[in-house]
Write a protein that binds this ligand. Structure first.
Ligand SMILES: [Cu+2]
Length: 161
């Protein structure tokens, strides 16, 4: 992503030079745009906060655990989630029914989060459910799409228990 931001900078500089519009204001604005781009490109969470366990190659679904946090000072909603290797991502909650059996229930979007609220995803508790495996190879990551337009990318760590 750093390479991408640098490429943007070079392309923009060439454009400005070709148009002979170089002055300090233009350069200042350009620099500001590039800094923003750079920050935007670095939204990937550096510390894996989500994890899963290895599943057999034939398995089409898997569950993901960990934490998803709203770092904002304001309310926000999760509108949807997507994954690199799976077609569909759902939030599931677990609850005990009248017969005393643990059941998974789909937590419908939008999922509301208060300021600084954290969703704990744990085994036998709320979790992410990934459906319809599309690819066998590659890193597993999940993108969370928020109501404020931001997308958060989480690399999912594979933990063997
Ligand atoms: Cu589930």
């Amino acid at each position: 992503m750093r390479v991408m931001a640098v490429t943007h900078l070079i392309i923009n500089l060439i454009e400005v030079l070709l148009l002979r519009k170089v002055n300090t204001t233009n350069l200042g604005i350009l620099l500001l745009i590039q800094v923003n781009l750079f920050v935007f490109c670095h939204k990937t969470n550096p510390n894996p906060t989500l994890w899963t366990i290895p599943v057999p190659d034939l398995a089409k679904t898997t569950a993901v655990y960990g934490q998803i946090q709203n770092p904002r000072e304001i309310d926000v909603s999760i509108l949807s989630a997507s994954s690199s290797l799976y077609k569909r991502v759902e939030f599931h909650t677990m609850s005990v029914d009248k017969e005393g059996i643990m059941r998974m229930r789909k937590w419908e979007y939008p999922i509301h989060l208060k300021p600084k609220e954290t969703i704990d995803l744990e085994r036998n508790g709320t979790h992410l459910m990934l459906y319809d495996k599309q690819n066998e190879k590659g890193d597993l990551w999940i993108e969370i799409h928020y109501s404020d337009g931001k997308t958060e990318k989480h690399i999912v760590e594979i933990k063997s228990l």
